[in-house]
Design a protein around this ligand. Structure first.
Ligand SMILES: Nc1ncnc2c1ncn2[C@@H]1O[C@H](COP(=O)(O)OP(=O)(O)OP(=O)(O)O)[C@@H](O)[C@H]1O
Ligand SMILES: [Mg+2]
Length: 307
């Protein structure tokens, strides 16, 4: 669960907040698009979640961790719970695809035997098994982003956050990456994606949160559309109170549902330092189950695993 309770962020020297009393609640396993014009505060919100930046005011809880009590030494633990993918991939250029993914596990102390078991599975998840020994420079943009996603997923985070993951990609590769994120979501990972790609948002019809001027101005919980001014949220709110048969297909629950921090504190607070168990991965297990189920079906009906 992701929870922001009245979060504001003033960057040093700024009078206007980059985040202005933001309340947000994202349930486990949701797929959420975060949209809004440039400078709206999307990346700032994401940096709050990854603890790259601290809020000036307000409370944040992610996956049972209350950031108020988080010490520097807890940050590596947080990074295992949250995978992050960026527009510019941030891969190590002198390491192969396999090594880039393995490295993410090495640095958190996963044993080499577990790394050997996990990396091939994650590469299969993202459709890159045949590129394991290529260097990032020899890959297409879409393949680089798949590698970055594999690297984030290797630690089996419960939440995957992607800040404009398709920003550097052509439409075909963008679509492939979004479908991959959808697949990962289907295997049980919460996904939060910022994007400027209206077509992708409109086709997927997921929850769409709109930001402007540091505020959340729209939250279409179901069947959301790309919406920069919150008008779809307003239209839907009006129709929720009016004629039900006239309801648009974009049903919207009024603003964000807020859980008080007192309520939220029933979750464990203090992060526990523990090496992640790669073999216990929900995503990888789900993937293997899906593969087994798909293999059991007649070939003509077999669902393609990676799009
Ligand atoms: N490190 C920083 N220091 C000072 N101000 C910042 C910093 N990062 C962002 N800002 C400011 O905070 C506001 C929100 O920026 P942010 O990067 O969160 O927007 P965004 O919605 O991600 O935009 P884009 O779609 O262009 O990526 C902007 O006014 C920006 O100038
Ligand atoms: Mg941004």
């Amino acid at each position: 669960m992701i929870l922001l309770d009245n979060v504001s962020k003033y960057y040093k020297g700024d009078k206007k907040p980059a985040l202005d009393e933001v309340n947000l609640h994202i349930q486990p396993k949701e797929f959420v698009f975060l949209v809004g014009p440039s400078g709206a505060g999307k990346s700032t919100l994401i940096k709050m979640l990854t603890r790259e930046e601290k809020p000036s005011y307000g409370d944040i809880m992610v996956g049972g961790i209350d950031y108020k009590y988080m010490k520097r030494r807890h940050i590596p633990h947080l990074r295992r719970r949250i995978g992050v993918v960026f527009q510019d991939f941030k891969l190590l250029p002198n390491r192969t695809v396999y090594e880039n993914v393995a490295f993410a596990l090495e640095i958190v102390g996963v044993s080499s035997s577990e790394i050997k078991r996990t990396v091939p599975k994650v590469l299969e998840l993202v459709g890159l098994s045949d590129k394991a020994h290529k260097f990032p420079g020899d890959l297409s943009g879409g393949q680089r982003q798949r590698t970055a996603i594999a690297r984030s997923m290797a630690r089996q985070p419960k939440i995957l956050i992607a800040d404009e993951p398709t920003g550097n990609l052509d439409p075909e590769n963008s679509w492939g990456i979004i479908k991959l994120l959808e697949e990962i979501n289907n295997f049980g990972t919460t996904i939060l994606v910022t994007t400027h790609d209206a077509e992708v948002v409109n086709q997927l019809k997921k929850r769409v949160i709109t930001m402007d001027n540091g505020k959340i101005i729209g939250d279409q919980k179901v069947g959301g559309r790309y919406d920069l001014d919150g008008s779809y949220s307003r239209i839907s709110k009006r129709s929720l109170g009016g004629n039900a048969s006239a309801q648009p297909q974009h049903i919207v629950v009024p603003q964000t549902q807020i859980i008080t921090t007192a309520e939220a504190k029933t979750e464990p607070v203090a992060p526990v330092e523990k090496a992640p168990s790669a073999s216990g991965s929900a995503v990888l297990e789900q993937m293997e189950k899906a593969k087994a189920a798909s293999a059991a079906k007649p070939v003509a009906k077999r669902r393609k695993f990676i799009h």
